[in-house]
Design a protein around this ligand. Structure first.
Ligand code: ZN
Length: 510
């Protein structure tokens, strides 16, 4: 028997039209954010403050409530320091290694440590892979040496997601793990064996010049080069070989005391801030749970005569999150769970804003259902010097969108796929298993993955002109930007009203 009326009742609410992003508003927002006046919105510059003020004003006008008490800002202290390569050193017995020849790094203050040291393999504790480099050593109060990256990288049969990289392969994960084990400093041996082509997201590669550090980073870390590593741990290559072949624990205590001195030649201090606006949920119980819609507003500092407008990176994600706030307001949709809109500061400085948020969450992380992060969503992906010959990129990418991080939450991916039925993107998941570009670690969704929160980076992909002065509005694909906004709106609404929250799956897909 046909029951047309019932069918109609069921179908109607699902097909109700979502509100449409307004190109005029997106353009006006982008024109301001990319203007010469804001000079690239770099962390700790007046342009960044102006951008943050602008985002807060838009959040308020869109009807959001302050996300941090009565404030739209979550401030954090940042220092920009330059290490003195002559005065900073590592010393073990009669071997002294000056920073200028041996390591890069910086901390938020000068520091002198003399204590025991342990070698802790790759510095990874991963119960889901039954792997723990800290087993059998006592790292408390000591300096910890680790390899960068992860074991068996490049081996398709590796338990660490085959040729892909897990969330443990990045130095920030190792730093948090060392900190959790009570270490007082972390020394990362950067071996050529596992070095990716991009480097940018893997380990700090900007030398010792002006590095921004947030105060929440409690212990210092330095990146030691291979030559220097050989002087402190002569057999490090065979140790690495042994772990990679057998996943054996080879950790041990180094003989003698190690001295680490960090002296900075230049200090700058300043305040950066995340911008936070809240749409409180309508359900008396579920409103304590939160969906995050995020982006970062900062970009790069002026160099010489050039300023970097950053229209795609990340003007696009910034205006998308602003527009999403407006659309939720306009539509009158009353999501059951709360939605927190965040525009992070200092992303271009190793994700300082999002790491600060994860260390100081404004809504409990355990009740944070999912993070939808938008960064670089308005350009068509195309090969750059670092991707050529390493990635497969389709000839026509006008309708493509990369998803990054959903390996850790199949349900979040399903929600995106459901939402996408009316948007029509071709989802590209190549970066979930791609070891050369470090994409998993390069954006604000990453700190949340470390905290076991389902998170996705909606990412248009790399393109020529990325991080160059030519990242301008006239090169954007507005159709893609609008569809990224509609996708995020639909997914956030779906997650906010769903009966169950997406689960975090630590192991990722085998
Ligand atoms: Zn970005």
């Amino acid at each position: 028997m046909r029951r047309p009326l019932l069918a109609l009742l069921c179908v109607l609410p699902i097909l109700a039209a979502d509100p449409k992003p307004a190109k005029t508003r997106l353009t006006a927002d982008l024109e301001y954010l990319t203007s010469k006046e804001l000079a690239g919105r770099a962390s700790l510059t007046p342009g960044a403050t102006m951008a943050a003020d602008f985002v807060a004003k838009q959040f308020r006008e869109a009807g959001l409530h302050p996300g941090n008490g009565d404030s739209f800002f979550q401030e954090f202290k940042v220092t920009a320091n330059t290490l003195d390569g002559d005065k900073s050193f590592l010393r073990l017995g009669d071997v002294t290694l000056a920073a200028k020849n041996a390591f890069t790094g910086a901390f938020h203050r000068d520091l002198s440590l003399k204590t025991e040291a342990v070698f802790a393999g790759y510095g990874i504790t991963a119960p889901e892979y039954e792997y723990d480099d800290y087993k059998g050593i006592e790292p408390r109060g000591k300096i910890v040496f680790v390899f960068d990256r992860e074991p068996q990288e490049g081996d398709p049969k590796s338990v660490f997601l085959g040729r892909g990289l897990t969330r443990y392969a990045n130095y920030r994960s190792k730093l948090r793990n060392a900190q959790a084990h009570g270490a007082v400093a972390l020394v990362i041996l950067r071996s050529a064996k596992n070095r990716s082509v991009s480097g940018a997201g893997s380990s700090p590669t900007r030398g010792n010049a002006d590095r921004q550090i947030e105060e929440g980073v409690q212990i210092p870390f330095v990146n030691l080069n291979e030559d220097a590593a050989g002087k402190l741990i002569p057999n490090w290559r065979s140790l690495q070989e042994k772990i990679d072949q057998t996943l054996a624990n080879v950790s041990f205590r180094l003989a003698g005391e190690l001295e680490l001195r960090l002296v900075h030649s230049k200090f700058r201090e300043g305040i950066s801030s995340n911008v936070v606006g809240l749409l409180e949920g309508s359900d008396p119980v579920l409103k304590s749970e939160t969906i995050l819609l995020t982006s970062h507003y900062d970009h790069l500092p002026v160099r010489g005569d050039n300023y970097y407008p950053g229209a795609n990176d990340n003007g696009s994600g910034t205006v998308a999150v602003i527009e999403l706030a407006r659309l939720f307001h306009q539509s009158g949709a009353k999501p059951k769970r709360s939605i927190l809109f965040i525009s992070f500061g200092s992303e271009e400085n190793f994700l300082l804003g999002s790491f600060h948020y994860v260390d100081h969450p404004l809504r409990p992380l355990a009740a944070t259902s999912a993070v939808i992060n938008l960064d670089m969503v308005a350009r068509d992906e195309a090969h750059t010097a670092t991707t050529q010959g390493r990635l497969k990129i389709a000839g026509d990418t006008r309708k493509s969108m990369n998803l990054v991080g959903t390996e850790y939450s199949p349900q979040l991916k399903l929600s995106l796929q459901r939402a996408n039925r009316r948007i029509g993107f071709h989802f590209d998941e190549k970066f979930e298993k791609e070891p050369t570009q470090n994409i998993l670690f390069r954006c604000d969704h990453y700190p949340f993955l470390l905290a076991d929160v389902p998170s996705v980076w909606i990412f248009g992909g790399l393109h020529p002109g990325y991080h160059e002065p030519v990242d301008t509005i006239d090169r954007l694909n507005f159709n893609k930007l609008e569809r990224a906004i509609r996708l995020s709106y639909r997914t956030a609404l779906d997650l906010a009203n769903a009966a169950l929250r997406p689960a975090f799956q630590a192991k990722g897909r085998p």
